[in-house]
Design a binder for this molecule. Structure first.
Ligand SMILES: [Ca+2]
Length: 266
């Protein structure tokens, strides 16, 4: 009897040990060596993988780096922009937008160079998705086929293909002449916005990154700008610098409560 009790206790101990090892293994899985070429591949290899930070090494690239993977029913998405509050400032210069900033489990910008490294392989195609949350509990999205960025020499020029969604195609703009597709990235210290100056009514605009905030593919400014200043509920309408997607919430500049931008390889 005594032996049996000991055996049972021993079995319980081993079970606990195995459980602890399994939890530890799950943690290890998300750190250290590369888990895949991107979040989509990780999701395909392990469909039950949970959302979180993973290490990836893009196809044909020598370096590996951490990204936040948003695992959804329609695939694994590599997140490159997340806004949900005012703790992380997006009012930063070229080097910061190039290399990334923030906390990947919270608000962050992955970095243009990493997004370029992911999308530079011409044999792969990427879908880019923008998720938006308003201050009234509503959501909207925009998806673009054939998303890619050019290299730093081309100032990370944006390319997007066909739009689908219910937020409107703000990248191509709420009116003609402000299409951001084919435009280079601008920051306060790197002006590629096409304004020298732009005339909006009685305002002469020379630098969109100064008035709209943060860095973006400003095209004579344009209708999309999700890296501006974050504004809390109740103070979210009327700011020139905000989280704008003006085909979704026109005409007074409406600053979204939260946003997320991410890519999926297809
Ligand atoms: Ca300018």
């Amino acid at each position: 009897m005594q032996v049996r009790m000991l055996t049972a206790a021993g079995y319980g101990f081993i079970s606990a040990l195995l459980l602890s090892c399994s939890i530890h293994a799950k943690k290890l899985q998300k750190a250290g060596s590369p888990q895949g070429t991107d979040c989509t591949q990780i999701w395909k290899l392990t469909p039950q993988a949970s959302s979180g930070v993973y290490v990836i090494q893009p196809a044909g690239v020598k370096t590996h780096f951490k990204v936040y993977c948003e695992m959804r029913l329609d695939g694994g998405w590599t997140v490159f922009q997340k806004r949900s509050g005012g703790n992380v400032s997006f009012n930063r210069k070229w080097e910061a937008y190039k290399n990334g900033f923030g906390n990947q489990t919270r608000d962050h910008w992955l970095g243009l160079k990493k997004v370029f490294l992911l999308t530079k392989n011409k044999s792969m195609k990427w879908t880019m998705r923008v998720d938006l949350w308003d201050h009234e509990g509503g959501t909207a999205y925009a998806e673009y086929k054939n998303f890619r960025l050019k290299n730093e020499k081309a100032a990370f020029k944006l390319h997007v293909g066909k739009y689908t969604g219910n937020a409107g195609d703000a990248i191509r703009g709420a009116y003609p002449g402000i299409n951001q597709d084919g435009y280079s990235f601008s920051t306060v210290d790197r002006d590629n916005d096409g304004c020298s100056p732009c005339i909006f009514g009685d305002i002469a605009e020379t630098e969109c990154a100064l008035s709209q905030g943060g860095g973006w593919w400003y095209s004579k400014c344009g209708s999309a700008s999700l890296n501006g200043e974050w504004h809390p509920t109740g103070e979210h309408i009327g700011w020139s610098s905000g989280l704008h997607w003006l085909t979704w919430k026109p005409p007074a500049p409406y600053s979204a409560k939260a946003s997320q931008m991410m890519i999926k390889s297809v």
